[in-house]
Write a protein that binds this ligand. Sequence first.
Ligand code: URA
Length: 236
Amino acid sequence: MRLDKFLVATGCCTRSVAKKQVRSGAVTVNGYAPKTADVDIDPETDKVLFCGQSVVYRKYIYIMLNKPEGYVSATEDGREKTVLDLIPSDARRKGLFPCGRLDKNTLGLMLITDNGELGHRLLAPKSHVKKIYRFRSKFPISETDAARFAEGLVLEDGYETKPAEITLEGDGDEGLITLVEGKYHQIKRMLEALNNKIIYLERIRFGPLVLDERLSRGKWRYLTDDEIAMLESHGK
Ligand code: URA
């Protein structure tokens, strides 16, 4: 495998940074600093150091994105900008996909990975992965409505939602909602069932992953080793 591809695949850096770092001598392979990033290495046996740190080969990559408004949760779309357009082409890998959906105007935590098996497991209805959203509604939510939310609501198409948690803040028109499922426009439709309307929605948690407050809207970063370990063991 080419050294620059290896550095991208391990989540170390983007291809352009890899090229620069190799040229500057900051990357060594078995103690020797190659001059260009297109040299072939064996990811299983060669010892690669990046700025003095040992680089471990990863089969998959995991990206945390702070989704801004105006992007659809898809790998490609003929008309709309997708969340993958926010990932520079040199950091993209074949098979990358957004794990779950947020509406075009919903903000916040989005996991992007090429680990299809993990994605499938986290999204399977039986996994009941918790998702936490910060919301603001048009009208305050009464204690009675909050109780209906917690029991499960019948949506306009007859679907009965699983019990969801709602924590009210401020004047009762904002707070946190926790879901263990992910039906189409679920929170918006739950509020509509209460004759109310969502005016702001941001996901701040997906299973064990918490939105990194240092990531501004539209920005992304690779998951840390701890975050990957938590995700991989989640629900097993
Ligand atoms: N519920 C919604 O209505 N929209 C989202 O994007 C996520 C949950």
